[in-house]
Design a protein. Structure first.
Length: 99
């Protein structure tokens, strides 16, 4: 497993909708995701599980994940928060709040 620490960036026009997370290219390659994947977010305890999906989801744009507002608020993820990214072999990404 690899752990990558990143900071969240808020997008002013999308501030009410959630948080924007820039995903490092090496993590994207590990998960075998394209920069414009369609993603499904699921809250699991104090982490977020992200998988590729064909249904109603958030679309990754230019390697940036948009965490849905209800999940971001529930886990207290704000602008400037530091999260831990844990890519799994099956193409699942786990996002855990560090601070």
């Amino acid at each position: 497993m690899k752990y990558v620490y990143v900071t969240l960036k808020a997008c002013t026009s999308m501030r009410k909708l959630g948080q924007l997370l820039t995903l490092p290219p090496q993590v994207r390659k590990l998960l075998k995701w394209r920069p414009d994947e369609v993603l499904f977010f699921r809250k699991r305890g104090n982490t977020i599980e992200v998988t590729k999906c064909d249904g109603y989801t958030a679309r990754m744009t230019k390697g940036k994940l948009h965490i849905p507002a209800d999940i971001a608020r529930n886990l207290n993820i704000k602008d400037g928060s530091i999260v831990e990214l844990i890519p799994k072999d099956d193409g699942t990404l786990i996002i855990r709040l560090c601070r």
